[in-house]
Design a protein around this ligand. Structure first.
Ligand code: ADP
Length: 372
């Protein structure tokens, strides 16, 4: 059986598909944005993912196209589909991960719990929303945001004047959710319809960037685990997602959950599965996009903790610190992305699994500490 997967985007998510691809006997090809990217150890073509001809040429030698990011323009996605290339997730699903306004509208139709929101075309409309929501709200650019860029807390309609001036179309405004913590629910769905869910996890962000993940979410009741999993499945089915789906959630008082946003690809909140679950999200994504039977999602221990390694200005001696971290923290699984460290840039992560949460958190943080 020929199983060739083409991944558009050469970042760490594509890179981390390489090991499971080798194990499964899947041939992985990557269309990277430039030379020397994180996924360049796979068979790599370099080209512009916004250019139809480049992407069509790349797709000629693979059985299915999938993604490392959500930025491939709709016309390019549609051209692939018209050329008969299986695309997972397909354009009709992906648009809800590309545009937060479209996502809000569709989730409302599905009856999924979400923050109060509105599309606002100008400062008057934003002022009206602020008036109805206690004077503070969160304004978001519908497209192109990541790691908190394109998200702004406002307390006056003029706080978003620059975005109104430069953005083509309405902005998204949401109530400022008084969340107690952030969670993420991952599910995988294959074209044939089978869906599986991972346990909901807690995600900790610092400066808008994911810093740590604890799996499963501590103190989560059976009911919360079940409600979150069911919500993930409902969204995957309702939006026709194929591959991995991450549903980022806010938890508020009384274990209520609200959808923040969606990612239709492996996600930072699921890196723990590499060492903490029977089937990692990267293997699962490959199985799902190839429409193969999905793997078990059970955790391998009571707890798994993932701590991101962010690049700092003093990253010169990465290899020295690598050896020390390995010596002092033999249970830590250290993953690096082959990226040039820059302040705040995600360059790797550490996973630790075990049965004592305090211990696992300590080991994961301590090992990651060597790199920051
Ligand atoms: P990005 O697409 O850049 O990841 P998100 O929409 O996930 O942006 O928002 C980034 C962070 O901003 C969230 O993780 C959360 O901490 C905060 N945030 C976003 N929306 C809201 C909201 N409606 N209420 C409160 N905090 C929010």
């Amino acid at each position: 059986m020929s199983m060739r997967v083409g991944v558009v985007g050469g970042g760490q998510l594509a890179r981390m598909m390489i090991a499971p691809a080798v194990e499964l006997g899947v041939e992985l090809r990557v269309l990277a944005e430039g030379e020397g990217m994180a996924a360049s150890l796979a068979a790599t073509a370099v080209g512009d993912y916004k250019d139809v001809d480049t992407v069509l040429a790349f797709a000629r030698d693979v059985d299915v196209i999938t993604f490392d990011h959500e930025h491939v323009p709709q016309p390019v996605l549609r051209a692939l589909v018209e050329a008969g290339v299986p695309v997972h997730p397909g354009p009709d699903a992906l648009r809800f991960a590309q545009d937060k306004l479209e996502m809000r509208r569709r989730l409302a139709e599905l009856g999924a719990p979400q923050p109060d929101w509105a599309a606002v075309a100008d400062e008057d409309e934003l002022r009206a929303f602020l008036g109805d929501h206690g004077g503070r709200a969160v304004v978001k650019t519908p497209r192109g945001g990541y790691d908190g860029k394109g998200v702004r807390v406002v307390s006056d309609a003029s706080d978003a004047f620059d975005w109104f001036a430069s953005w083509d179309g309405p902005l998204l405004v949401e109530e400022l959710v008084p969340f107690t913590r952030e969670l993420a629910q991952q599910v995988a769905r294959r074209a044939g319809g089978e869906v599986v869910a991972y346990p909901v996890v807690e995600t900790v962000q610092r400066d808008g960037v994911c810093a740590e993940v604890i799996a499963p979410a501590p103190r989560a009741s059976e009911k919360l685990l079940e409600v979150a999993a069911r919500l993930g499945v409902t969204i995957a089915e309702g939006l026709g997602v194929t591959g991995m789906l991450a549903v980022e959630l806010f938890e508020t008082e009384g274990e209520r959950i609200l959808v923040n946003e969606l990612a239709m690809r492996p996600h930072n909140s699921g890196h723990w599965t590499q060492d903490g679950a029977v089937t990692s999200q990267f293997e699962q994504h490959l199985r799902a996009v190839l429409d193969l039977p999905l793997g078990a999602t059970d955790p391998l221990a009571d707890w798994a903790v993932m701590v991101n390694i962010l690049g700092g200005p003093a990253d010169g001696g990465l290899t020295d610190r690598f050896a020390t971290a390995m010596t002092d923290h033999a249970t830590a699984k250290i993953h690096t992305y082959g990226k040039d460290p820059r302040p705040g840039r995600k360059v790797g992560h550490v996973n630790v699994v075990g049965d004592d949460l305090e211990d696992v958190v300590y080991e994961a943080r301590a090992a990651a500490e060597y790199f920051s």
